[in-house]
Ligand binder design. Structure first.
Ligand code: PNS
Length: 157
């Protein structure tokens, strides 16, 4: 059984994240979305709210589940019997940061492979931070996040 973890802050999940989750679910037997519970990042949504949002928009993908984690990603992967860490790449800037994290994770535990998936070009400019910025000034969020998430963001802001 090939298990992959897809970690992130997901504050909130965007259409770009969802696209990576859907595509990864076709490549692996099981995909576990890992929501980082990191208070130092000052998230807008609590870890439980982020998990709940991910659960509701991935409900139709049977081999996807979601869990909150804190601590090291490699430990979360181990607890879930995963062998692969999935990361989405949008830009060259993403690459530099992700390259460093992949090497660090490999140094921490050589058992794990980080697999990079290219964003679909239509999502290449979407990020959770950008979504929050647009929401703050009451801009239109259609196309950036699923409808259900849009409602939650509007309520929050
Ligand atoms: O969506 P983000 O904020 O870019 O995700 C970052 C994340 C959660 C993948 C990264 O911060 C992470 O893996 N944190 C867990 C702590 C850890 O394992 N650190 C060492 C590798 S960077």
């Amino acid at each position: 059984m090939r298990v992959a973890v897809y970690p992130g802050s997901f504050d909130p999940i965007t259409n770009g994240h969802l696209d990576i989750i859907r595509r990864a679910s076709r490549l692996y037997d099981k995909v576990i979305v890992g929501v980082l519970n990191n208070a130092s990042k000052n998230p807008v949504f609590s870890a439980d709210e982020r998990k709940e949002m991910i659960d509701s928009v991935t409900d139709d993908i049977k081999n996807v589940s979601c869990d909150v984690f804190s601590g090291l990603l490699v430990d979360f992967a181990k607890q879930n019997n995963a062998s692969v860490i999935i990361k989405g790449l949008r830009t060259v800037t993403d690459f530099e940061y992700e390259f460093q994290m992949a090497l660090l994770n490999k140094a921490l535990d050589p058992e794990y492979e980080t697999v990079f998936m290219m964003t679909d070009s239509k999502y290449s400019y979407i990020s959770s931070s950008m979504v929050k910025e647009v929401a703050k000034y009451h801009g239109e969020l259609d196309g950036f996040v699923p409808a259900l998430i849009k409602e939650k963001i509007i309520k929050k802001f």
